[in-house]
Design a protein around this ligand. Structure first.
Ligand SMILES: O=C(O)CCC(=O)C(=O)O
Ligand SMILES: [Fe+2]
Length: 279
């Protein structure tokens, strides 16, 4: 997202006008810069782990914004909140995911803006934000079946995307860290809207990618990945921002308008309709 396209965050109406202006254009986060060797590694593996990509001061801000975001009321037309039922405690409702937050929260607008830098380094030109989310995976939260992100219909918008994950809480095998297949051998898009099958998976070697707060994991829209449910007692919040080349167009609004029709946030759901998470 370009600086001048940012819209005020949800808390801005509470600030005096002059502070709103400062806050809207203040970058509170350092932009991570990738080394040439890291760009080469990504070009080889379609995967790059950057330990400590954000330092402790930046992570204190990001963690604070995440807590603040989860405490905001669920209101139609604001950030999108999705819930799930606990896998371990039947009937217990958990927040599973919050999406589309940068238009309503200046901290997340800063974060999406800061990560445009490394995304652009890997895309070879200016990056534009396609989508963003935090997967909360609370204790009892479900995992994600193996998939490529482009299987979720992303190629209706642009041909290629890079996602940058920011680790908010330590993620490990117990709480369901990301598991990823590095390498360029899977450069085809498998079937859209269907998870990968056992036959597809037979040729894939998933590697657990445990991360610490501040670590970044960069991968592309073909990189197969999955994660296990969180059967531990520790929360596992991971932030993901996805970018495409600016020359391919800005699809943030169109993507969300389209998704809203089939998979709106829980607060906007028709109780008589069944909504299925497909990939
Ligand atoms: O949070 C995770 O473990 C993976 C999530 C994921 O792959 C996705 O949301 O597309
Ligand atoms: Fe994914």
């Amino acid at each position: 997202m370009l600086e001048d396209e940012r819209t005020p965050c949800i808390d801005l109406p509470l600030l005096p006008l002059e502070l709103q202006c400062i806050s809207q254009f203040m970058n509170r986060l350092a932009t991570p810069v990738l080394l040439d060797s890291q760009i080469e590694e990504f070009n080889r593996d379609a995967l790059l782990h950057v330990p400590g990509g954000f330092g402790t001061e930046n992570m204190a801000l990001i963690e604070g914004w995440t807590t603040e975001l989860a405490e905001l009321p669920e209101i139609t037309g604001r950030q999108w909140v999705f819930h799930e039922e606990s896998q371990t405690d039947q009937g217990t409702d958990l927040v599973s995911r919050i999406e589309k937050m940068s238009p309503f929260h200046s901290g997340f607008a800063d974060l999406a803006h800061a990560l445009m830098g490394p995304a652009g380094q890997l895309l070879g030109e200016e990056a534009v934000l396609f989508k963003e989310k935090i997967n909360f995976k609370m204790p009892g939260g479900d995992g994600f079946k193996p998939h490529q992100d482009s299987q979720a219909g992303w190629e209706d918008y642009a041909p290629y995307f890079i996602t940058i994950m920011v680790c908010i809480d330590e993620a490990n095998l117990e709480n369901g860290c990301l598991q990823v297949v590095p390498g360029k051998q899977n450069r085809v898009l498998y079937r859209e809207w269907e998870p990968l099958t056992d036959d597809d998976l037979a040729e894939m070697d998933f590697q657990p990618t445990p991360t610490l707060p501040g670590d970044l994991v960069l991968f592309d829209s073909y990189t197969p990945h999955y994660s296990e449910p969180n059967l531990s007692t520790s929360i596992r919040r991971l932030y993901f921002a996805t970018y495409n080349k600016a020359s391919a167009g800005n699809y943030f609004d169109r993507y969300h308008d389209d998704k809203y029709k089939n998979y709106p946030p829980d607060i906007d759901r028709d109780p008589n309709r069944k909504y299925v998470f497909r990939v």
